[in-house]
Write a protein that binds this ligand. Structure first.
Ligand code: FRU
Length: 522
């Protein structure tokens, strides 16, 4: 697909148009294909699935429709990476079959060969996924989603579906899907978290083939503006106390804090059967009603890698939203993943919370760098120009000081007046992203129609903001990932300047580090 924008004028372009500095012809590849976020080469992608780490390789599977750029009969696509940043797309891993489409799910490295699928030398990888039956669905039946397994004995390259699928049959619940399985070392069992309408259901197993129901969680807790989907459940060691807690990530659609799809989380303890909320977390939840992993509109179905060897969990999300995912203005491919993030469990006087930060491996791609110190600003001040750091592939880390009760606005813009605003509002106490004038927005009624906000509980005198910029996405990490906002945008030409301003008084950037990323994934 060719877009019809140029720097100086809007022209109808064609493939063989010359590219000159006066009249740059952008294609959707050059303007919108991310520089470093994972996208499939072609066609439709949604949720990340079945991620595992083995022999120095990170595997990412994903909901994939190889024949069209809108959602369709689901397959599992497959990509691999040595460092979570540079990806290689591999052949499709799982195809739909007579039991249905291959919906979301997980994969585990079965180190003890509990499933018996291994040959005794290399551990089998077992994928646990939902079979969604489109024929029964058309007939208006309820029991259309069942859980099945497949295994690989060649490190995820090829898969064999288990002969006795499904392994967990539908008990009469329409939305009964997205199994995420983890090994529970304390109780020597596998635990599955499964989304079922308005709750998470937990099942346990000794061999990944036979599953027993153990408990329900959450029908009266957290956000319920839509159906619960894509849970993740895992233990986590606290950064600053000697405690381990169990975390439930629970996506839902719609019902996110800024509309549409989003992921909330819960922190508690697991006794091998039931998940009980931590007391302090419960108090926070009572106050806030829901606690979100990311307040932006474009981080959905976030789940973590299996078998990362006791380190902090690493998550990745689908960088889109069901409100408009099928309408975003790319045709060759549709949608990308977030940057992988390391999750950390932090303890404060108000109890535990999870922070997310981009994985350290991103820093291996830092190339050109600028550092600035003590920039006093009030009126609009240019911080970065693409001539020095390419704002379509960069990481910018800013420390603000001398902040008062004021609004601090960063603006990314281009020469034709598109702009993306984001920042810290110390008056109304929130972070924000405003993509209302960011370029193409009218492809959907739901895109760019309001300012996205992440509420803060206090006014800040100092703040640190890390920003990851690709051609069509911003990921904003506030105070070491205490709050995160992820959003996509589609400018008519690349953003090439970044400014800051305050609404009233002078404030200061004590340090600014900007790094160009030397990656080209796509
Ligand atoms: C979430 C979801 C899952 C489902 C998959 C289908 O985005 O709806 O619940 O398994 O997508 O593609």
């Amino acid at each position: 697909m060719f877009l019809t924008f140029s720097c100086k004028e809007i022209t109808k372009s064609s493939l063989d148009n010359e590219t000159t500095s006066e009249n740059i012809v952008y294609t959707e590849e050059t303007l919108y294909r991310p520089n470093f976020h994972f996208t499939p080469k072609e066609n439709w992608m949604n949720d990340p699935n079945g991620m595992f780490f083995l022999n120095d390789t990170y595997h990412l599977f994903f909901q994939y429709y190889p024949e069209g750029n809108k959602w369709g009969p689901m397959h599992w696509g497959h990509a691999t990476s040595k460092d979570l940043i540079t990806w290689t797309e591999n052949p499709i891993a799982l195809y739909p079959d007579e039991l249905g489409y291959i919906f979301s799910g997980s994969a585990v490295v079965d180190l003890k060969n509990t499933s018996g699928f291994g040959d005794g030398t290399t551990p089998p990888i077992v994928a646990i996924f939902t079979h969604h039956d489109p024929i029964k669905e058309k007939e208006g039946l309820i029991d259309i989603e069942n859980q099945s397994i497949a295994y690989s004995i060649d490190e995820g390259k090829t898969w064999i579906k288990y002969a006795n699928n499904p392994v967990l049959k539908n008990p009469g619940i329409k939305n009964f899907r997205d199994p995420k399985v983890v090994w529970d070392e304390n109780h020597q069992q596998w635990v599955m978290a499964l989304a079922a309408d308005d709750r998470t259901k937990f099942y346990s197993s000794k061999n990944l083939k036979e599953w027993a129901f153990i408990s329900d969680f959450g029908n009266d807790l957290g956000a319920h503006g839509g159906v619960w989907e894509c849970p993740d459940f895992f233990p986590m060691q606290s950064e600053n106390s000697n405690e381990t807690k169990w975390i439930l990530l629970q996506s839902l659609n719609p019902g996110g804090p800024n509309g549409g799809s989003a992921t909330q989380y819960f922190i508690g303890d697991f006794d091998g059967k039931t998940f009980k909320l931590d007391e302090d977390f419960k108090k926070q939840l009572d106050l806030k009603k829901a606690i979100w992993l990311d307040h932006g509109m474009d981080n959905y179905a976030s789940v973590t890698w299996n078998n990362t060897n006791g380190k902090n969990p690493i998550s990745i999300g689908w960088m889109s939203n069901w409100l408009y995912a099928q309408d975003v203005p790319t045709e060759t491919w549709r949608s990308s993943m977030t940057i992988p993030r390391e999750l950390k469990l932090n303890k404060t006087e108000n109890g535990f919370f999870i922070s997310s930060e981009p994985v350290d491996q991103l820093e291996n791609y830092f190339s050109d760098k600028i550092t600035k110190e003590n920039i006093e600003f009030n009126e609009k001040t240019i911080l970065i120009d693409s001539k020095t750091i390419d704002l379509t592939k960069s990481v910018i880390d800013i420390k603000l000081t001398d902040l008062t009760t004021d609004v601090y606005t960063f603006t990314l813009y281009n020469t034709i007046g598109n702009n993306l605003k984001f920042g810290l509002d110390n008056v109304e106490k929130h972070l924000f992203i405003d993509r209302q004038s960011s370029g193409l927005t009218n492809f959907s009624e739901a895109f760019g129609k309001h300012v996205t906000k992440a509420p803060l509980t206090k006014e800040y005198q100092e703040a640190r903001i890390k920003i990851i910029l690709d051609k069509t996405s911003i990921e904003l990490f506030f105070n070491n990932g205490q709050e995160v906002l992820t959003e996509i945008f589609f400018p008519n030409e690349p953003f090439d300047k970044l400014t800051i301003e305050s609404s009233r008084k002078e404030a200061k950037i004590s340090t600014l580090n900007a790094n160009k990323l030397n990656i080209n994934n796509n």
